[in-house]
Design a binder for this molecule. Structure first.
Ligand code: CP
Ligand code: NVA
Length: 331
């Protein structure tokens, strides 16, 4: 059956079938090849998209800007200080205005509900560039990176260490189970994903011949893993006061050389970035001074080591986002 994603929004991977995700990954591979060959692909000349950011970003913003420019589109960026949205105009009214001017809307912010309202009321494709709940465009880039490194997806063992109920933990559990990858969340119980989502993903896993596992035990999480993944311990939007508690909870789940050694010898290390693997950031420095911790979710040695593929992931954000924009605007 031919895949047609024209007019669809991209709010969570729960809305996409494995065949549709496969289609987007293959399209991203095509675009990546064209980009590397210097072959122009301004297929969407004359179209325009808008990027709405309530939270900060390097990768997601740049990926949308470059992907849009490569496709020949006009790209407008709006930070929270630049628009009326939320303060003087409701999300719904903003959606109806933007939908009259733009062919697609990207949103990064706090509530998943906001991206849902934008999609419902703008009548154009809306892409979720991260909310508190989900980060689906990141997972698409992660799946592409895994496939490039491992040659396939089905049957691989993926373990996520850290805050397993944040946007990355949630979205990776969905993306892995959709594509037949065995997913393990290795975290303290209080940071396990919600029972509701685990139930949903277990059903998805059963359909796709893979599994979902939750464990508090680091060696159980690491042994036999093909992919070890982590994210920062405190996400955007969470209060600074939570650092002390998170450090206490998640320190045992740091990915370091000992943990990597428990995984398969050819395992890869992944991270959505940004990462606190040294003290070369303002927050990294503050945490080091306050808690005496110079590396957090991953050690610098693993982050910079041969098994790390983090910058391939970052590059793949652009190729996969381009595929999403193209497929949903053009079909
Ligand atoms: N991974 C990711 O979304 O990075 P940014 O916050 O820089 O967009
Ligand atoms: N969980 C992180 C992901 C950043 C890409 C956050 O929301 O800050």
């Amino acid at each position: 059956m031919a895949i047609d994603l024209k007019g669809r929004s991209f709010l969570t991977l729960l809305d996409y079938t494995p065949e549709e995700i496969r289609y987007l990954l293959d399209l991203a591979k095509d675009f990546k090849k064209k980009k590397k060959a210097g072959e122009l692909h301004k297929y969407l000349e004359g179209r325009n998209i808008v990027l709405l950011f309530e939270k900060t970003s390097t990768r997601t913003r740049c990926a949308f800007e470059v992907a849009g420019a490569d496709l020949g589109m006009g790209v407008t960026f709006l930070s929270p200080n630049d628009s009326q949205m939320g303060k003087k105009e409701s999300i719904s009214d903003t959606a109806r205005v933007l939908g009259r001017m733009f062919d697609g809307i990207e949103f990064r912010g706090f509530r998943q509900e906001t991206v849902e309202i934008l999609a419902r009321d703008s009548k154009v494709p809306v892409w979720n560039g991260l909310t508190d709940k989900f980060h689906p465009t990141q997972v698409l880039a992660d799946l592409l990176t895994i496939e490039e490194k491992k040659g396939h997806l089905k049957g691989l063992n993926f373990t996520y260490f850290g805050d397993a109920r944040n946007n990355m933990g949630n979205s990776l559990m969905i993306g892995c189970t959709k594509m037949g990858i065995n997913f393990t969340a290795c975290a303290p119980k209080s940071l396990f994903p919600s029972e509701e989502l685990v139930e949903k993903c277990s059903a998805i896993a059963a359909e796709n011949g893979c599994s979902v596992k939750l464990t508090e035990d680091v060696s159980e999480g690491a042994e036999g893993a093909d992919i070890l993944y982590t994210d920062i311990w405190v996400s955007m939007g969470e209060p600074e006061s939570i650092w002390a508690e998170r450090i206490k909870l998640l320190r045992p789940y740091q990915i370091n050389s000992d943990v990597m050694a428990m995984a398969k010898p050819d395992a890869i290390f992944m991270h959505c970035l940004p990462s606190f693997h040294d003290t070369n950031t303002t927050i990294g420095k503050e945490i080091a001074e306050k808690f005496g911790l110079k590396e957090m979710e991953v050690t610098d040695r693993v982050f910079s080591g041969l098994q790390s593929v983090v910058f391939d992931e970052a590059e793949n954000r652009m190729h996969t986002i381009k595929a999403v924009i193209y497929a949903t605007i053009n079909g």
